[in-house]
Structures are given as structure tokens and as C-alpha cells.
Design a protein around this ligand. Structure first.
Ligand code: HEC
Length: 149
């Protein structure tokens, strides 16, 4: 009888502890869900866009652009190593119109069809970007230039 009572108590305590843990564990998640679109970390669309940037855009920028437009380097007044700097644009003003790649100078200067002697072709020398790389940057601009830095 005594043993039964102890077991019952232990079970009751375990339940109470589980309920407390569940409460503690759940309430921040509920708050985060309530915050909705404001939180980039839990928005699946933002997460997908960030993934696209990290896998399809950033490697291209690192290989072809950032040595002149990153860190301390801002040729043409243009730094694209952070979203804030990129949105600031360069000596000629804004380079990106969010959601409108066709109106974004950033997309125009990487057009592989720009003539060899065009002073605004980017990168200025050497291999042009591939069509796939340009398409990825177009999509990134169309989707709002999501970056994690
Ligand atoms: C070797 C250095 C170098 C590399 C690499 C390079 N750029 Fe440039 N970029 C420049 C220079 C220099 C200018 C200024 C050109 C001018 O105004 O005549 C410039 C200008 C620009 C501008 C215009 C800024 C403004 O306000 O006029 C954009 C946009 C740009 N680059 C994007 C890119 C992108 C995107 C890449 C990679 C695909 C890239 N650049 C690679 C040197 C570079």
C-alpha cells in the first residue's frame, strides 16, 4: 500500500514537471509565431531565400566581385559585402531596386552581352559571369536581396 502511494506521488510529480517544461518550452515558440513575418529565422520563405543567397549568389560574388567591392574595397564607391552597404549603392547612387532586377544597375552591369570595352561591364576584366550565375543574381534581386550580414 505504502509503495503504491509513493509510485503515485512520483508519477504526479513527473506529470507536473512535464507540464512546467512544456509551458516553459512552448511560450517562446508561441510568441515567435505571433511575431510572424518579423522574424526571419522562422519564416520558411526567408529561410529559402537566404539559402539561395548562400549557395547560388555568395560564391559568385566571392569569386568575381568582392575583391573590388568588399571589406575595405569599394571601387566605384560600391561595397556589396553587407546588405546595408549594398543598398547604399555606389558613386552613381542606388544599384538595386528591390524586386525589380530589370531596373537594377547591379543586374545590368553583369549582363554577359555588354561589349568588351563597356566601362561598366562587371567584372571589368576576364571571364564574364555565366548565364546561370546571372539568373541566380536576378532571382536574388527579385526576391529582395536577402543576406545574413
Ligand atoms: C577588378 C576590380 C573589380 C571587380 C572584380 C568588379 N568590379 Fe565592379 N567596379 C569596379 C570599378 C573600378 C568600378 C567603377 C567603374 C566606373 O565608374 O567607371 C566598378 C563599378 C561597379 C558598379 C557601379 C557602381 C556605381 O555607383 O557606379 C557596380 C554595380 C559594380 N561595379 C558591380 C560589380 C559586380 C556585381 C561585380 C562582380 C560580378 C564587380 N563589380 C566586379 C571594379 C571592379
Amino acid at each position: 500500500m505504502h509503495a503504491f502511494h509513493q509510485n503515485w506521488l512520483a508519477a504526479a510529480y513527473a506529470c507536473a514537471a512535464a507540464a512546467l517544461l512544456a509551458l516553459a518550452g512552448c511560450s517562446p515558440a508561441v510568441q515567435a509565431a505571433g511575431a510572424g513575418q518579423a522574424s526571419q529565422t522562422i519564416d520558411p520563405q526567408q529561410a529559402a531565400r537566404l539559402h539561395q543567397y548562400q549557395t547560388e549568389v555568395l560564391p559568385t560574388l566571392q569569386a568575381n566581385c568582392l575583391r573590388c567591392h568588399g571589406g575595405m574595397n569599394r571601387r566605384g564607391g560600391f561595397n556589396m559585402s553587407t546588405r546595408a552597404a549594398l543598398m547604399q549603392g555606389g558613386k552613381d547612387g542606388a544599384m538595386v531596386v528591390l524586386g525589380r532586377p530589370e531596373d537594377s544597375l547591379l543586374v545590368r552591369v553583369i549582363n554577359p552581352k555588354l561589349p568588351e570595352d563597356d566601362p561598366m561591364r562587371m567584372p571589368p576584366k576576364g571571364d564574364r559571369l555565366t548565364d546561370a550565375q546571372v539568373a541566380a543574381i536576378r532571382k536574388w534581386v527579385a526576391d529582395g536581396v536577402v543576406m545574413d550580414r
